[in-house]
Design a protein around this ligand. Structure first.
Ligand SMILES: *Cc1c(COP(=O)(O)O)cnc(C)c1O
Length: 230
């Protein structure tokens, strides 16, 4: 199941890259394994996936323990400051940084563990009240404030687009995130790069790739439906 799904997802990624005139190597598929049994995570690993996304610290830690060490783990969910110490040094990237205080904690723990941590700034492009993330207007200032912190590096932006029936409805959201990244890049802030745009989920990753996504986070499309409350 997982392997067939993966092949289908990859061929859609391939087609989207072609349409956008982008090489397929531009796009990293992050398999979002949250809430799914470990057997399915293993199946995805066996099929060649090495980038996995989780949204809860406890699950992330359990899976890091249980799975091979050549996996790049991505923290994609809301992160509380008091849990930063458990994941620093263990994850490839934290996609969900939306405050200076959280970045300060990541910096402090990275220094303490003598590691460098790559982060993305989570932007609430659509201004949905139910979502975490900074507003587009606050993003450049946040990047600038974080840039002076040791051992933490802003690599780009992340957004969770609204849930829509038709993916086209999110095209403008993705385009705005891309434009925001271009605007911030043009400020040439030391220790801030905008190379990674993490956007696009099962319902809309094809459109996200056309608009410049570097990471797509696909859960349902690979592992099947989750219980509705997750
Ligand atoms: C669950 C989740 C995803 C994957 O969602 P699907 O619609 O199942 O592909 C992507 N990003 C984040 C932040 C998530 O929490």
């Amino acid at each position: 199941m997982v392997q067939e799904n993966l092949e289908a997802v990859k061929s859609i990624i391939n087609a989207s890259c072609k349409r956008a005139g982008r090489p397929e190597s531009d796009v990293t598929l992050i398999a979002v394994s949250k809430t799914k049994p470990l057997e399915l995570v293993r199946e995805a690993y066996e099929a060649g996936v090495r980038d996995f996304g989780e949204n809860k610290v406890q699950d992330l830690l359990e899976r890091i323990e249980a799975m091979p060490s050549d996996i790049r783990w991505h923290m994609i969910g809301h992160l509380q400051r008091n849990k930063v110490k458990y994941i620093v040094g263990k994850v490839a990237m934290i996609h969900s940084v939306d405050s200076l205080r959280l970045a300060e904690e990541i910096s402090k723990e990275s220094v303490r563990h003598q590691v460098e941590t790559d982060i993305l700034l989570e932007v609430n492009v659509a201004g949905e009240e139910s979502k975490f993330g900074v507003s587009p207007e606050e993003t450049a200032a946040l990047a600038e404030a974080i840039s002076i912190l040791p051992a933490v590096h802003v690599r780009g932006l992340m957004t969770i687009a609204p849930f829509v029936e038709n993916a086209e409805e999110n095209r403008l959201i993705f385009r705005k995130l891309k434009q925001l990244s271009v605007d911030i890049e043009s400020k040439s802030i030391d220790n801030v790069s905008m190379t990674v745009l993490s956007m696009g989920m099962t319902g809309d990753y094809s459109v996200a790739i056309e608009e410049g996504a570097a990471c797509v986070r696909v859960g349902t499309g690979i592992f099947g439906e989750r219980e509705p409350w997750h």
